[in-house]
Design a protein. Structure first.
Ligand code: SF4
Ligand code: SF4
Length: 266
C-alpha cells in the first residue's frame, strides 16, 4: 500500500504528521518526495548511507564560435534565460526553444546534475529513500519519480511525503498511490489549496482523506473546512512540536493524535 501526504500549501505540518505515523509503522518504507524542502529526514533522524547525484535537468549550452549575436534566442525564451547566446543556467528550464530557432545551430542542450537520491535509515530503523534538489534547481516530477523507483526495491508498503501544492513534483508523488492524506491547517489559504489538491487527487483517481492540523488556531476557518470537506482526523495545535524540530527530535506530541489514521491503512 502506498500512502502519500500532501497539502495545498506548505507549512501545514504534512511532514510532521507523516513522521508521526511512521513511528507506528516501522516496517514500512518512508519516502521523502518533497525534494525542494526535505524536512522529513530531520523529524526522523535519518542517517544517509548512499547518495547518488542525478543528471535530470537540461540547460542550453552555446558554442560562441558559431553565434552571430542575432538575438533570436532572446526573443523565443519565455524565461529570460538567454541573451545573445549567453545563458543564465539558473533561469534556464531546458525547454529547447532557443536551440530550435538558432539559425547557426550554435545551441545544444546538456544534462546537468540537478538532484540527489538518498538512501538511509531512520532512528526507528525504517528504510528511508529521499530526494533533494541541488541549489539553483527546482524540484521536478522526474526526480520524484526516480526517488519512488528506488523506494520500490525496499517494499510495497510506503509512506510518501509529497510536495505541497499542485506542481509536477506533487503530481508525481500522488500518482500511483492507494490513498492520499490531504493535510490542512485552519486558514483561507490552506482551504483554497486543499480544494486544488483534492481536485488533483480526483483527476489522478487517488482516494483521499482530509486531516485538519493545528485545530484551535482559527475556529472560523476550521468550520469552513469542515463544511466543504469530510475531515477524518483533527490534530490540535501543539506549539511545542516546533521546539522538537529545532532540536532535531521526533514530534512526539503528535504521535497519539495521528494514531487514528492507522485505521485507514487496513
Ligand atoms: S539564436 Fe543562435 S546565433 Fe542568434 S544570438 Fe542566439 S545563440 Fe547566437
Ligand atoms: S532552453 Fe529554453 S529556457 Fe533555456 S535558454 Fe533556451 S529557450 Fe530559454
Amino acid at each position: 500500500m502506498k500512502v502519500c501526504f500532501v497539502s495545498g500549501k506548505g507549512g501545514v505540518g504534512k511532514s510532521a504528521i507523516c513522521a508521526s505515523l511512521a513511528y507506528y509503522l516501522r516496517d514500512w518504507v518512508v519516502v521523502d518526495a518533497d525534494v525542494d524542502s526535505p524536512t522529513l529526514p530531520l523529524w526522523l533522524g535519518v542517517e544517509w548511507e548512499q547518495i547518488e547525484r542525478l543528471k535530470i535537468h537540461r540547460v542550453a549550452r552555446v558554442d560562441l564560435s558559431k553565434c552571430v549575436k542575432c538575438g533570436k534566442c532572446d526573443e523565443v525564451c519565455r524565461f529570460g534565460a538567454i541573451e545573445r547566446g549567453v545563458v543564465d543556467e539558473v533561469l534556464c528550464e531546458g525547454c529547447g526553444a532557443c536551440a530550435a530557432i538558432c539559425p547557426t545551430e550554435a545551441i545544444s542542450l546538456e544534462k546537468v546534475e540537478s538532484g540527489e537520491v538518498r538512501i538511509g535509515r531512520s532512528r526507528y530503523g525504517h528504510r528511508v529513500v529521499g530526494g533533494r534538489t541541488l541549489p539553483g534547481h527546482l524540484g521536478s516530477g522526474k526526480l520524484v519519480s526516480e526517488v519512488k523507483k528506488r523506494a520500490q526495491q525496499f517494499g510495497e508498503n510506503q509512506l510518501i511525503d509529497g510536495a505541497p501544492g499542485v506542481s509536477c513534483a506533487a503530481i508525481s508523488a500522488i500518482t500511483g498511490c492507494n490513498l492520499a492524506f490531504l493535510i490542512a491547517e485552519p486558514s483561507e489559504a490552506s482551504l483554497q489549496g486543499l480544494k486544488r489538491v483534492a481536485e488533483l487527487c480526483r483527476q489522478l483517481k487517488v482516494p483521499y482523506r482530509v486531516v485538519l492540523n493545528k485545530r484551535g488556531l482559527n475556529p472560523r476557518a476550521e468550520e469552513k473546512i469542515r463544511k466543504e470537506f469530510e475531515v477524518v482526523a483533527e490534530i490540535p495545535f501543539e506549539r511545542e512540536v516546533y521546539s522538537y524540530l529545532c532540536r532535531l527530535e521526533p514530534p512526539e506530541p503528535l504521535f497519539p493524535h495521528v494514531k487514528p489514521l492507522l485505521d485507514f491503512l487496513k
